[in-house]
Design a protein. Sequence first.
Length: 266
Amino acid sequence: MPDYLDDLRLAHVLADAADAATTDRFKALDLKVETKPDMTPVSEADKAAEELIRGHLRRARPRDAVLGEEYGVEGTGPRRWVIDPIDGTKNYVRGVPVWATLISLMEAGEGGFQPVVGVVSAPALGRRWWAARGHGSFAGRSLSSASRLQVSRVSRLSDASFAYSSLGGWEEQGRLDGFLDLSRAVWRTRAYGDFWPYMMVAEGSVDLCAEPELSLWDMAATAIVVTEAGGSFTGLDGRPGPHSGNAAASNGLLHDELLGYLNQRY
């Protein structure tokens, strides 16, 4: 089985380049921000970071395909890099430091493309998380300065910490009642938002999290970091991986209960 470590090292190089570009424009007074057709913001930094990553990949992995949030799909084949140049653009444009570049390599296999490498880099927080299939999940400032991640062993909802992004999407999907019931059943809820709750699940500081509407580039990197740390990452339909258009992540011990609440009246 491939070890993917060369791909992981490349992903760190890509993340380093993206970090330099995004931090340079973070809190810039002249930052240009546009509204996309789906009414979400995109900044010049989003576009520049994705262009930078694509340029590196054309040179380093010319046979691999690339899927990015801002510029779509380029190329074909059994290997596909999936890029979200800034996950948390709304935070980025308002000067909130909770945003990250998400970089994943997905490889064709049984059940379609599956993530085999993932890097989540949050330079404004001074944090980076990563994983490669079969090698575990880690966090730190570099490959040589890292600590291995492990999900929590919390086994009762009444002791669990549940993280989410916002209430709006749950209400729009008719899942708000189940969401609120879950929030009443757990020990603690916090709306950290975007990539961060998934990294906290991988670290063991949060026990479960979920979002009702996501794209592949929002999930590919976070999914492998969670699963390589020993956790579960599925859609709300229970399908493993980042393919359902939404996400539920947990330490594994609480996963069935998490899905049960969020689907109970849907």
